[in-house]
Design a protein around this ligand. Structure first.
Ligand SMILES: [Zn+2]
Length: 209
């Protein structure tokens, strides 16, 4: 791991991992080299852990070929050109529009799954809409409207179910306090593992499919 050390006017030490090979350490101007070295030494194991995690995530995202294929419900289904008419002849803007339209044509799957989970758990919602976000998978507002990111259609069903359970639990608690997580666990007992697994897919949120 290559650590860039920046001395600047500040009171505390900040260590930030930028990639699996690079980190930045920001330290106060008059700190001694000894103190800096001690600090780095104390963080070695943490740095290794974070770097390893980043590497795994990178490997996972590289296992998808979004340039040529379309993925649905966790499976590679077919070449884009076979599924979307004249795909190869489109401009980049037309391509991303066509891909989004393809996924939105499958949005009923998310509507039905939400209905099923809501009925089984007795957690209510009033309306459901597609969400276009590069940050979040879903949301639930005070009016009972649940919004689900259309990119959820790429994910395996167990992860989609977790996101829906999570959002539906906001019908009871509009926060992420322990009482909220207990409710999530009630209807989705393996939510902790699923949440971790979902992390692997976070690269999708701000990438082109
Ligand atoms: Zn939430």
């Amino acid at each position: 791991m290559n650590i860039e050390i920046i001395k600047e006017k500040r009171k505390s030490i900040i260590l930030k991992v930028l990639s699996c090979e690079k980190a930045v350490l920001k330290v106060p101007l008059h700190i001694s080299d000894k103190r800096v070295n001690e600090f780095i030494k104390s963080k070695t194991r943490w740095l290794d852990r974070v770097a390893r995690k980043m590497e795994e995530k990178q490997e996972f995202s590289c296992s998808f070929d979004f340039n040529n294929f379309i993925y649905l419900h966790g499976k590679k289904i077919d070449r884009k050109n076979n599924l979307i008419e004249h795909f190869d002849e489109m401009s980049e803007a037309q391509k991303s529009k066509a891909i989004k339209e393809f996924y939105l044509s499958h949005f009923d799957y998310l509507i039905n799954l939400t209905k099923e989970i809501s009925e089984g758990s007795n957690l209510k919602y009033k309306d459901i809409k597609p969400l276009n976000s590069v940050r979040i998978w879903g949301s639930y507002n005070v009016n009972g409207c649940i919004k689900l990111n259309w990119k959820l259609l790429v994910l395996p069903e167990n992860l989609v179910k977790y996101v829906i359970c999570h959002e539906l639990c906001h019908s009871k608690y509009m926060n992420h306090k322990p009482i909220f997580w207990r409710e999530v666990q009630r209807i989705c007992p393996n939510c902790k593992e699923l949440r971790k697994e979902l992390e692997n897919y976070s690269f999708l949120l701000n990438s082109n499919l």
